[in-house]
Design a protein around this ligand. Sequence first.
Ligand SMILES: [Zn+2]
Length: 265
Amino acid sequence: MKNYIINNHNEIRIIFFIFFLLFFVLLEKLYPKKNNINIISIRYINNFILFFLNTILIKFLLPLMVIIFSIYTENSNFGLFNILNINIFISLIISLILFDLTIYLQHYLFHKITIFWKFHRVHHADTDLDVSTGLRFHPVEILISMFIKLIFISIIGPPMIAVLIFEIILNTSSMFNHSNINIPDRIDFFIRKLIITPNMHRIHHSNKSKNQNKNFGFNLSIWDNIFRTYKFYDNNKLDKLTIGVREFKSKNQLWVHRILVQPFK
Ligand SMILES: [Zn+2]
């Protein structure tokens, strides 16, 4: 079983990715929050081109992926959980929770440190929100994030399966919380008790900095509650928000070659 996962972890991730991508795109079509979002648009196509460029970059430039690295730490008894030899189920659950906290803190730093923000701003410069926004990140942000994950793995030593599950969860939650799915307030109320909803994350993508500094969570909503960065608007108020950043609001900024140089402007 473990060897099967080690040999096929890329295929497993791709299958989950394609399944959830199609699932969320279908929900966006059936229950759109905003009706004017078009799949055949410059914005949508360029977001996907950027995503495929990133995928190629990581595949070829960074063979030391997080999952491979976690197999290495597991085999060489490196990292806290491997040294303490904790039960696999307990270390799996704790690893997933700590991983999510790490991503919350990473997101916080991407907003607070100027040089990081310039790369993360590329993601915020999207003028609408849908699944394609959840895949739109500058390659430098992906590399910084990869580096932070490698540090996390070397300190904590999570089981390989936890890293694989977390990568799938992170990818799926990013597509979900950016999606253009209309979730009624009364249903959203229950979902956001546990996980970040598109409505919660929409506030974070408003062009006002007081809103951008709220709702940093990507998956679990507890971190925003604990660190007092939680904010919520109902659907009426959400519809009045302007999405994007003030610096890059023109339509020609949506092309991939312009997106890539935005941090240097
Ligand atoms: Zn952000």
